[in-house]
Ligand binder design. Structure first.
Ligand code: MG
Length: 386
């Protein structure tokens, strides 16, 4: 089956209040249009893309369009949305069975939503992604006085993608010329007498219309790890095992005949994690923030140091997404203490235990750790810009 995707990016974005069209603003370092193009091009169901651009960009289109990985055609957008879509439709491959139309300003469209909409168009002729209204919907008059309350169960909020069998879209767009302004293609299909099926939309498939939407989108994109807001850090620590010291790992005192030697409590789990978290934010290391020469940190509780490091990183605008720790010790067994360590570390960083992984390993008797002379710890931390 040949599915052509039309991306409507011809609008001037008058509602956004910036000089340029909003679909070219950066979201986590990438133009919003590029996110949308990559989502459609990334669907195994989509065969080709036709992108409607503002007139002044057609001669020199952004290079990421050609790099999308699917045959991509650029057309000049029209004055109204339906004009842009009609121009794009004219360039769709003649063998296209289904055309899926998407707004450039919805960069979060998922592969599942694209497939769901295509499948419904194949089955029923026309389908749009939509969300049931969760707020009560009022009709108001020009004086902002309510003139009615719509039955909420009958109200659906249209999103894109919207997909059509090619013949259905042809009928719909034939109405477009005479029609004043259709805010979506489904409206034209309805008026052409074709039933349009509602498929479950996605609340995260937001449309970026205002600067506030863009702020929300930044946070959502960083959380999903889809943007440049994600960073990783690595930490390592080793302490000698000696008699006459408590063995403290991740804030848990583990019964053992030896403990770790160090200036502070020598909690190698906290030290490796502190370096991993600071490293992810390029915020220095444990030696810079907690020097051994500083009496304030002598015999310090390393859980407090870890919490302090998490605070530094939060201050720099990041949240910790997850951490993963490997403790290399021949003895004692770590497993009975893993849950307590995860809980302490999670509390110190300000995340949930589900975001903290702690694993124990022996060194097979090899080297200093294998010989029981030392305990070593490796840690990685992922942080996301908020
Ligand atoms: Mg240390």
């Amino acid at each position: 089956m040949h599915v052509s995707a039309i991306i409507a990016a011809g609008g001037r974005g008058a509602r956004f209040g910036t000089a340029g069209p909003k679909q070219f603003l950066a979201l986590c370092g990438k133009p919003i249009l590029r996110h949308s193009v990559e989502a459609l091009a990334g669907s195994s169901r989509v065969s080709e893309l036709v992108v409607a651009l503002p007139a002044d960009m057609v001669a020199d289109p952004p290079t990421y369009l050609a790099a999308a990985g699917k045959p991509t055609v650029v057309v000049e957008g029209g004055a109204r949305r339906q004009d842009s879509v009609a121009r794009a439709f004219a360039r769709v491959a003649s063998r296209a069975d289904v055309v899926i139309i998407h707004d450039a300003a919805r960069p979060f469209v998922s592969g599942e939503l694209i497939e769901r909409t295509i499948d419904a168009a194949v089955a029923y002729g026309a389908a749009i992604a939509a969300l049931p209204a969760t707020d009560t919907v009022k009709r108001g008059n020009a004086n902002r006085v309510i003139v009615g309350t719509l039955p909420r169960g009958e109200v659906f909020l249209a999103q894109t993608p919207q997909a059509f069998r090619t013949s259905v879209l042809r009928d719909a767009l034939a109405l477009a010329t005479g029609h004043a302004e259709a805010t979506d293609e489904a409206m034209l299909a309805e008026q052409a007498g074709h039933p349009v099926t509602l498929v479950d939309g996605d609340p995260r498939n937001i449309k970026i219309t205002t600067p506030e939407d863009l702020e929300m989108a930044e946070a959502l994109m960083a959380q999903r790890g889809g943007g440049a807001g994600l960073r990783i850090g690595n930490g390592y620590d080793l302490h000698r095992l000696v008699a006459g010291r408590p063995l403290i790992l991740g804030g848990v005192t583990i019964p053992f005949e030896k403990g770790l030697l160090g200036h502070s409590d020598a909690d190698a789990v906290c030290h490796a994690l502190t370096d991993a978290i600071l490293g992810a934010a390029c915020a220095g290391d444990i030696g810079r923030h907690f020097p051994d020469t500083d009496p304030a940190w002598k015999d310090a509780n390393s859980i407090a140091m870890l919490a302090h490091a998490a605070g530094i990183v939060r201050e720099a605008g990041y949240n910790v997404v997850n951490v993963d720790v490997v403790v290399i010790a021949e003895r004692p067994k770590l497993l009975p203490h893993v849950e307590a360590i995860r809980g302490n570390v999670a509390r110190a960083i300000g995340i949930a235990p589900g975001q903290v992984s702690v694993k124990g390993k022996t060194n097979e008797g090899v080297g200093a750790t294998g010989g029981g002379e030392a305990v070593a710890v490796h840690a990685v931390a992922l942080i996301a810009h908020v």
